[in-house]
Design a binder for this molecule. Structure first.
Ligand SMILES: [Zn+2]
Length: 101
């Protein structure tokens, strides 16, 4: 997963998602918040290995749904925050379930 998230750190959609996590106080203060802000600032290459581990363990892996629970489609970063709250479903499945399908 480390390589995956390193790639994500160069994806503006992922950085926007991280900013949303910060804005909604989903990241515990201190070290985790500090390294997350570095990543958002485009400084992920400057993270030491311990800082990177902190980011992975306390931020990246905690706030990631590996595919929709219902249809297994990868969740886009713009829907990830909702997926974390709704049990891991993509928007499409949420709409389907709301309609009782
Ligand atoms: Zn789905």
């Amino acid at each position: 997963m480390e390589d995956f998230f390193r790639t994500c750190c160069n994806d503006q959609d992922y950085l926007d998602f991280l900013q949303e996590l910060v804005n909604s106080d989903r990241i515990d203060g201190g070290a985790a918040l500090g390294v997350t802000k570095m990543v958002i600032d485009g400084r992920c290459d400057e993270l030491s290995q311990p800082q990177w581990n902190t980011f992975l363990k306390h931020v990246a892996e905690l706030n990631y749904v590996d595919g929709c629970t219902r249809c297994a489609t990868p969740i886009p970063w713009c829907e990830m925050l909702e997926a974390l709250d709704n049990g891991g479903y993509c928007n499409y499945c949420v709409h389907k379930m709301e309609k009782g399908e």
